[in-house]
Design a protein around this ligand. Structure first.
Ligand code: SF4
Length: 508
């Protein structure tokens, strides 16, 4: 395990996927892409890349590391042109090496192309086997390269047709940007798992006097640039941006929309608008729902920062129990931090969090977090709060028990590692050493994101998957068949109630 992975483990969250950003029509396109990626850094910290086009050639720079350290001014100066796409990666498929960093750049029978992908293709392994059998030679082991080969093999006469051909053969999640010498394409899979939004910089913001079009994983990237949010790229839509303007093509038959609900719970920045709704509003609503579903007599509400803050605010507002920043997060842990071999107990967590004893001592604490994955970190935090003098610790989680992995572009542990897959809330409460534990119900989560039309994926809470996973080469236990049946019958691992809120208290 690398030092970076050790820190990730200490964090014990589902991990972000990737962020993509595209620019069309700005004389400093690479600089704009850099700023956009900087705002999307939370979506992936392992590698980043930008490809620009000067109208003739594509220029690429990719490296391992974070956006700020990779894109020094001297690097950006070598990325000329009015068009660019950028990508920041946390690997969900393929090795973590530079080889798999994106954008991927190719020169094929469809011309010079660069691709940046957020998501995960669930039938990539099958396509790869078939394509290799027919002579395709893969340069990477990332699922994204399958799209490249399918585009190159398409008989379609133009690139939009070839992209449509390729994308109609793949399954799973993709919010995808493609750059050519003079065009930018933005596409979202028909179920719309991952977000993708369109924005605009006014002509006055550019020295060439032209309007600039932007595409990003999240709207927070537009805010940094003072750009205007225009709309979402629709599920199953391809937006083609060229000198002629914007063209919208629906390249795939309609499928039931399955937007990732966990974007609202944890992944996306709270200042973003995701799937047409403010993330901060969703998280506060989740906190309010938690307070209604799992009330408890206590003195203070303390978030696990940073992601637990909006839900804790919601809980405090609803319950009228004072909100206190009883845990402080250290934001300055660098990538190069080396954990000593003789790590002291709780070291990984204490690197990131420290309790404010003056606020916690003698108090009955409601500790609000957004999720429990393995439970290891939550247990350490509960112990830390107790050691700081809390009289009682009541844990409240702003999502339902996480019982199943994600196959749609999110880095998750195996089912066996997910504590809620095989333990009841009572058992988890005991493991954490908490006085009580309450998860928000699935119904309240749907309400909090305003899911009136069942347009959200909730597979990690139900084990019911919207796509066939057989071709993913996952253990049969994770296929959509058997487990879906179990969950529907309320017999999901740990017999965790999904709709009905139940607060559990620790015995002894
Ligand atoms: Fe999101 Fe969970 Fe569905 Fe993955 S399984 S797309 S994390 S809701």
């Amino acid at each position: 395990m690398t030092d970076r992975q050790k820190l990730a483990f200490a964090d014990d969250h589902f991990h972000d996927e990737c962020g993509v950003f595209g620019v069309f029509g700005h004389p400093e396109a690479a600089n704009i892409a850099y700023l956009g990626l900087y705002a999307l850094q939370h979506r992936g910290q392992e590698s980043a890349g930008i490809v620009s086009s000067d109208g003739h050639e594509l220029h690429l720079h990719r490296a391992m590391g974070e956006v700020e350290e990779i894109f020094q001014p001297s690097v950006l100066a070598k990325l000329p042109g009015n068009l660019a796409i950028g990508h920041t990666r946390y690997s969900t498929a393929g090795d973590k090496a530079l080889l798999n960093a994106q954008p991927i750049m190719i020169d094929c029978n469809k011309g010079k192309l660069a691709l940046g992908h957020n998501g995960n293709l669930t039938n990539a392994a099958e396509h790869r086997r078939r394509l290799e059998h027919r002579g395709s030679i893969f340069q990477t082991n990332s699922d994204t390269e399958v799209i490249v080969h399918l585009v190159a093999r398409s008989q379609a006469r133009n690139l939009s047709g070839a992209l449509g051909d390729a994308l109609n053969q793949v399954e799973g999640a993709y919010s995808l940007l493609v750059l050519t010498q003079d065009e930018l394409y933005a596409m979202r899979d028909p179920r719309g798992f991952r977000p993708l939004v369109l924005g605009r910089l006014p002509a006055s913001a550019s020295s060439n006097g032209n309007e600039t079009w932007l595409v990003a994983s999240e709207t927070c990237a537009f805010d940094l640039l003072n750009a205007q949010y225009v709309r979402e790229i629709e599920p199953g839509e391809m937006v083609r941006i060229s000198k002629a303007g914007i063209e919208s093509i629906h390249f795939a038959p309609q499928k039931p929309v399955q937007q990732c609900i966990f974007e609202h719970v944890y992944f996306a920045r709270p200042d973003s608008i995701i799937f047409g709704r403010s993330v901060n509003e969703s998280r506060e609503a989740l906190g309010r729902a938690l307070a209604k579903e799992h009330p408890v007599a206590a003195d203070i509400v303390v978030p696990v920062p940073d992601s637990g803050v909006p839900a804790a605010v919601g809980y405090a507002l609803e319950s009228k129990i004072p909100f206190r920043m009883g845990l402080i997060r250290n934001h300055y842990i660098g990538r190069t931090f080396i954990e000593p071999s003789q790590a002291i107990r709780n070291f990984g967590v204490k690197l990131k969090l420290n309790p404010v004893r003056g606020l916690i001592e003698g108090q009955r604490v409601i500790l609000v977090d957004d999720s429990i994955v393995r439970g290891t970190t939550s247990r350490k935090i509960v112990r830390m709060v107790r050691e700081a003098g809390a009289k009682e610790v009541h844990v409240r989680i702003s999502c339902p028990p996480t019982i199943s992995p994600c196959y749609y572009g999110v880095d998750t542990p195996t089912r066996e590692e997910l504590i809620a897959s095989s333990n009841s809330p009572e058992e988890i409460c005991k493991f954490l050493g908490a006085d009580s534990l309450g998860y928000v119900s699935l119904g309240a989560l749907r309400q909090a994101v305003n899911d009136t039309e069942s347009r959200f994926c909730t597979s990690c809470y139900t084990g019911v998957y919207p796509t066939d996973l057989v071709q993913l080469e996952v253990p049969s236990a994770t296929s959509s068949n058997g487990h879906a049946h179990d969950a529907a019958n309320g017999d999901a691992p740990g017999s965790i109630p999904l709709e009905r809120p139940v607060t559990v208290e620790r015995e002894g």
